[in-house]
Ligand binder design. Sequence first.
Ligand code: BJ8
Length: 428
Amino acid sequence: MSDPNETYGEMWQDLGMNLRAHCALLGAIPVMYQNAYLSQQNRPEGMSYFDFVVSEIHGLRIKELVDHKAAGGKVVGTFCLYVPEEIIRALGAIDVGLCAGAEWGYNEVEKVLPRNTCALIKSFVGFKMDRVCPYVESADLVIGETTCDGKKKAYEIFGEMASVYVMELPQMKRPEDFNLWRSEIDRLVAQLEELTGRKLTLENLKAATREVNGKRRALHRLNAARRATPAPISGKDALLASQVAFYDDVPRFTQMVDKIADELEARVAAGEGVAPANAPRVLVTGSPMAIPNWKLHDVIEKSGAVVVADEMCTGSRYYDTLTPEDADTLEGMLDGIAKKYLGINCACFTPNEGRMEDVVRMAQESGAQGIVHYALQFCAPYQIEAHGVEKAAKAAGLPVLRIDTDYSAEDIGQLQTHVEAFVEMLSE
Ligand code: BJ8
């Protein structure tokens, strides 16, 4: 394999990246990937596409973004599911998810953020401070949102280093909250029209909506196949597909995921799986897992269970509902977008009963025998909401294991002990 620094060094330098630090970050990923992914048996052949995507994680896709910018296009970075990607795409910009899943630059970060900030926030600030993420460095505009307190305050600091626009997201779902959110969508449109120099129209919004819905449908197909026994794909592989959905080229990604779904459906028909039919089945719910955060799924699956569903932003919250495509006015399309996005069940909302219902429904549909609740340490919304999830799950007869962790490898031994005991209990 060619040396990525030789192939892409000039491009990274032109983006203003810190090449020395970046080299250290990039060097860590193949080892993690080998341990978590390439060591798996009987993976679907279609996953070779994702092996390639990860091997080129800061290479080919960044080259595509750079080419797009050279042709006059814009790149927009986002951190949250509530930012409607249909609008960004309709205006000819490319959207990329910027959530970071690796510990980086904490020494510097902890000079500006409290130590007890969640790993996701510390990492995205660390990536920017150290200039090691080519996605962040490619972005012409970063869109934040008022979800949790940590994120909304961190955007103020992030805004000292990058161009940031923040959407106000309500924290309840009453009619007056919908009205606020709907007006925020109009503000976003104006902001993006100014950035791109283009006008949002019924036609370009419909076309982008069809495209993004296509991606969601493909992910839905892939994940529906996981309901079969034996599971035709590991939870880790399904997680990777969800993670890559946030930055890959949309038509290409959709085609590749559909191809994997074809393969999985054939496996299901043939009764083939990646784990034995009697492997304990687990649903994971909680905070999102950004690339390369594969830690919990890896521990669960190496303990002999299989993750068959993910109620997370890197999971069902992303693909479960589609944006309506059939309104015949631009206003109507934007109303549909506002409604679809406000329907997402993030723990930043109160109350958030919809999430409890989703967790129980998904566990039942996927045949999960137990639930692992995952929260990043210092993520108050998910750590506190774990109580409600536990109550709803127990009422449905589903045992719950609560895991609070971060991105470091230090607690892996401890995690293994807890997870192995839970898996053993499920297999009794
Ligand atoms: S829709 S989950 S992507 S806000 S882990 S930064 S909540 S302290 S990421 Fe999220 Fe949007 Fe909700 Fe999804 Fe705060 Fe928790 Fe950190 Fe979090």
